[in-house]
Design a protein around this ligand. Structure first.
Ligand SMILES: O=P(O)(O)OC[C@H]1O[C@H](OP(=O)(O)OP(=O)(O)O)[C@H](O)[C@@H]1O
Ligand SMILES: Nc1nc2[nH]cnc2c(=O)[nH]1
Ligand SMILES: [Mg+2]
Length: 183
């Protein structure tokens, strides 16, 4: 990945080095938004942002959308509630009726895919008209569940990344560039 202004970020014992530059991120987001603007030209999608990680990507993507759209924010509970069917993480915060709506779910990263699969399964149970996924980052070699990703910013190798919404231990979400854990 390219990065023009070399620098380094240290958090606790970890060192992160530049990986995807802010300019490259913004250029790619504009391309994704152009695609969404075309494909949803005659629809009014509901943008479903998965907090916390996706908040910066979602904001920049939405600024480049020219179609009418609404936005809502959900969170996947970090605790697990054991039910007879197995382990289920709840979706918190969804107050809208999504039945019959065209949903675009926004994630910062699809890694194992477990989070986005859970989110989509639970959204699907309320019978939306359609669900598309937009993720800024995708680690294909880490994927544990097969999932159809409609809008992918960057496919990356299986390394821990940080910045532009992504954290390490709660820190580091506020960088304009994406950094990677130094090997
Ligand atoms: O594909 P997966 O292996 O499930 O990983 C991806 C998820 O992990 C991160 O969220 P996290 O649960 O760490 O919470 P956060 O968004 O609040 O940082 C990221 O924002 C995705 O939601
Ligand atoms: N910060 C961060 N969070 C993640 N959640 C799943 N994969 C990652 C990653 O590579 N970095
Ligand atoms: Mg997340």
């Amino acid at each position: 990945m390219i990065f023009p202004d070399a620098n380094m970020l240290a958090i606790n014992d970890k060192r992160f080095v530049p990986f995807i530059a802010a300019e490259a991120i913004q250029t790619r987001i504009q391309e994704l938004a152009d695609q969404i603007n075309q494909e949803y030209a005659d629809r009014k999608p509901l943008i479903v942002v998965v907090l916390n990680g996706a908040f910066i990507f979602a904001a920049d993507l939405m600024k480049n959308l020219t179609i009418p759209c609404e936005v809502t924010f959900i969170r996947v509970a970090s605790y697990t509630a054991t039910e007879s069917t197995g382990q289920l993480r709840q979706i918190l915060g969804l107050s809208e009726t999504i039945t019959g709506r065209d949903l675009i779910v926004i994630e910062d990263i699809v890694d194992t895919g477990l989070t986005i699969c859970e989110v989509c399964d639970q959204l699907r149970s309320q019978q939306p008209a359609s669900i598309a996924i937009a993720t800024l980052l995708f680690k294909p070699t880490a994927l544990k569940k097969s999932i159809d990703l409609h809008y992918v910013g960057f496919e990356i190798e299986n390394r821990f990344v940080l910045g532009y919404g992504l954290d390490y231990d709660g820190i580091g979400r506020n960088t304009k560039d994406i950094m990677v854990l130094e090997e």
